[in-house]
Design a protein around this ligand. Structure first.
Ligand code: DNO
Length: 349
């Protein structure tokens, strides 16, 4: 596996030199964040990221993410132009050494939580999703400002997008996803890039918006659109694992054996009795996911893709981008290194 760390470029308070000090660190996961979805990234911006990382002994070879525009997901008349720009972005990234590109097909919002700084008894804070805080919210009458949501939309834009997705429905969304995937995968194959689809987080509909990348049946459906290793998953244990119906270690084993995981996001969550969940420290005993079983499945199935410790808590007084501080993610990386070393030595015996 290749250990990696997400870095938000010049906006990120964490210096690359600190990331490079984490034992075993290989790749930086980043993106050109200042270009709107549907447009082409300037080559200069990609080149700059590559050089900055190289100067610190790191490799920028994973992009997270090239966003998929709402026009592509909704299939509007701007779709073809946006898909063309997307394909051009894949080519440009490949030219600068990118091997893996993450994306998601969640309508309107990426990950959704109800609080980003919930304090645990030990004083650390983390992201949580409490069902009771979401229940009863009506996006058409309430002024919805969930933390972490894209604030570039006005309430009325959000409402008209929700209406458009209601009209489209799940099957309509699947059709548009199919058009997109069939267009991008041949380009990725040509460029030697793996496209890694991030699951929906959490893996169920939110505020009436369809969410389809949620469970084994739908992951299978997605991967069968184009049967190619270039059409792979960014398997996020915390996203799929925040619903009890997903058996995460067995899904990891299945898709690793099929060689359809390009990238692993590894983090732990605790599912509560009412289906709510809290992000927790990586250690298995801190949450609902068995990290040992997950890593063991990867190692036994010969996984050699990218891995990153995902969302960390805020600890030791650190402040910064929720989920993306240095300290707890570095602890996560160290823990994952230990699990990988132990599992690798075990199978060599
Ligand atoms: C959350 C991340 C996601 C991920 C996108 C990929 O912190 O894992 O935002 O980057 O869903 O497109």
């Amino acid at each position: 596996m290749k250990l990696s760390f997400r870095w938000f470029g010049k906006e990120d308070p964490i210096p690359l030199s600190y990331i490079a000090q984490i034992p075993g660190m290989h790749s930086v996961v980043s993106a050109v964040y200042d270009v709107p979805p549907g447009q082409v990234w300037p080559e200069e911006s990609i080149r700059k990221l590559t050089e900055e990382c190289k100067a610190k002994g790191l490799v920028f070879d994973v992009v997270e993410s090239i966003p998929v525009s709402e026009d592509i997901k909704l299939g509007t008349d701007r779709r073809d132009r946006h898909i063309e720009a997307y394909c051009e972005n894949i080519r440009r990234c490949a030219r600068y050494g990118i091997k893996c590109i993450v994306y998601n097909v969640m309508p309107v919002f990426d990950w959704t939580r109800t609080q980003l700084d919930k304090e645990a008894p030990d004083g650390s804070t983390s992201l949580v999703m409490y069902a009771h805080q979401l229940r009863g919210l009506n996006p058409f009458t309430d002024n919805i400002q969930l933390p972490g949501w894209d604030t570039s939309y006005t309430q009325s834009e959000v409402r008209s997008l929700i209406r458009a997705y209601e009209k489209l429905g799940e099957e309509g969304l699947w059709n548009n996803i199919e058009v997109f995937v069939k267009a991008i995968i041949p380009v990725a194959e040509e460029c030697g890039v793996i496209m890694a689809l991030h699951p929906d987080d959490p893996p169920y509909p939110i505020l009436g918006l369809p969410r389809v990348i949620t469970c084994e049946k739908n992951l299978d459906r997605y991967l069968s659109i184009v049967d190619s290793p270039a059409n792979s998953l960014c398997f996020c244990t915390g996203s799929l694992g925040s619903a009890a119906f997903n058996d995460v270690p067995s899904l990891v084993r299945k898709y690793a054996a099929l060689n359809r995981i390009g990238f692993m996001h590894i983090r732990n969550v605790k599912i509560l009795d009412d289906g709510s969940f809290e992000e927790r420290a990586h250690l298995s005993s801190c949450g609902s996911l068995d990290m040992y079983e997950i890593v063991k499945a990867l190692v036994e199935e010969g996984f050699d893709g990218y891995v990153r410790p995902d969302h960390g808590r805020m600890i030791w007084g650190e402040t910064g981008k929720p989920g993306y501080g240095l300290f707890d993610r570095a602890l996560g990386a160290a823990y994952l290194n230990g699990l990988f070393e132990a599992c690798t030595k075990e199978i060599k015996k």
